[in-house]
Design a protein around this ligand. Structure first.
Ligand code: UD1
Length: 324
């Protein structure tokens, strides 16, 4: 797609995935309207974007329909990333999680409908599947979420599909499998790779929740951006696609790999109680995305981790010793 002609709105533009996509679309010549309530997002993530005259930013919340109606004027495509995105926090605050995720999606869809937005691309999650036993998991397999977060994401997908069916909106949902990479926050509620990178930089030991056999299909941010760009040109019938790396790894193997790549094998790995709400195994079948979107992931976990660590060294002038 020639993005030069497009006006693209990104919710959650100051966050991890939103800011990476913002930079990519600006590079491709699109006009990008970023919105974020700056609760989790950081303006620092948009420092490059602010230098580009094709970028505008509005601070606001997706739960505020009037705000959305204002900013959605003359927009071609909406990418919806703004979300309550932590499994453990959703267990502490299920109503907040529902409010941000489900009411947020409803507002985005309603505003898009009223302002005649051409397409809405939604960030869903592998957490909608719950503890499915058949792996790798395909889009048409049962969805039985085991956390309020997963339940909220499933409800959002249902609204996306319903709005396509009833109002003819072009909607598409991408189910991400544990995205990692530059700009992911190191906070107690962040993804495990960002947390462990923080530990490594501070020379702290790593903690694994459970016995280490839990596995995830960690997907590098650059492949997720590729999927989002492809989704913009896909002639959608309200579909949903898994976006994963097709290479699951256990927590123990991941911890050892991160220590090896950063030459920190002196650090220890401790095991603690399993975390409530955790899925045991998550592993994507991405046949549909490959066939229909032409999705072609380029990074396995080791390549993604190396690229991430190099970015970290360059950006924060750290001197992690990175060795493949
Ligand atoms: C993550 C995303 C979620 C996304 C989902 C599927 C985050 C915060 N959550 O959830 O938005 O929808 O993937 O793509 O990015 N763990 C440890 N030690 C730690 C921290 C975590 O062992 O110090 C464990 C967790 O208990 C869990 C695993 O690592 O078993 C992965 O956890 P996490 O990175 O938080 O991701 P998900 O919960 O899978």
């Amino acid at each position: 797609m020639d993005f030069k002609e497009k006006r693209i709105l990104i919710t959650g533009a100051a966050g991890f995935i939103g800011s990476n996509l913002t930079d990519d679309l600006l590079e491709k010549g699109a006009v990008v309207i970023g919105i974020d309530n700056l609760f989790n997002g950081r303006l620092e993530n948009l420092s490059g974007a602010f230098k580009n005259s094709n970028f505008e930013f509005h601070k606001g919340d997706v739960r505020d329909l009037n705000f959305l109606l204002d900013v959605f004027k003359d927009v071609d495509i909406v990418y919806h990333f703004a979300a309550f995105s932590s499994v453990p926090l959703s267990i502490e605050m299920p109503a907040n999680c529902n409010d941000v995720n489900v009411n947020g999606v409803l507002n985005v869809l309603n505003a898009a409908r009223k302002e005649n937005v051409d397409k809405i691309i939604y960030s869903s999650s592998s957490s909608v599947y719950g503890d499915i036993l058949a792996l790798p998991v395909r889009e048409d397999m049962p969805r039985v979420p085991i956390s309020p977060y997963g339940a909220s994401k499933l409800a959002c997908e249902a609204y996306m599909h319903a709005f396509h069916h009833v109002y003819g909106l072009k909607t598409i949902s991408l189910r991400y499998f544990n995205v990692f990479g530059p700009r992911q926050k190191d906070s107690p509620y962040s993804g495990v790779i960002a947390i462990w990178l923080g530990n490594i930089l501070r020379n702290e030991d790593l903690t694994i929740n459970g016995d280490g056999t839990i596995s995830r299909d960690y997907t590098y941010i650059k492949d997720v951006i590729q999927a989002n760009l492809l989704a913009a040109e896909y002639d959608t019938g309200g579909e949903i696609f898994n976006i994963g790396a097709e290479s699951p790894i256990s927590l123990t193997d991941l911890a050892n790999l991160m220590l090896k790549l950063t030459s920190k094998s002196n650090l220890k790995i401790y095991y603690s109680d399993p975390r409530p709400g955790d899925i045991i195994h998550s592993y994507a079948d991405i046949t549909a995305a490959k066939q229909k979107l032409q999705f072609d992931p380029k990074y396995n976990q080791e390549q993604g981790l190396l690229d991430y660590f190099k970015w970290y060294n360059f950006t924060y002038k750290t001197n992690l010793k990175i060795s493949p």
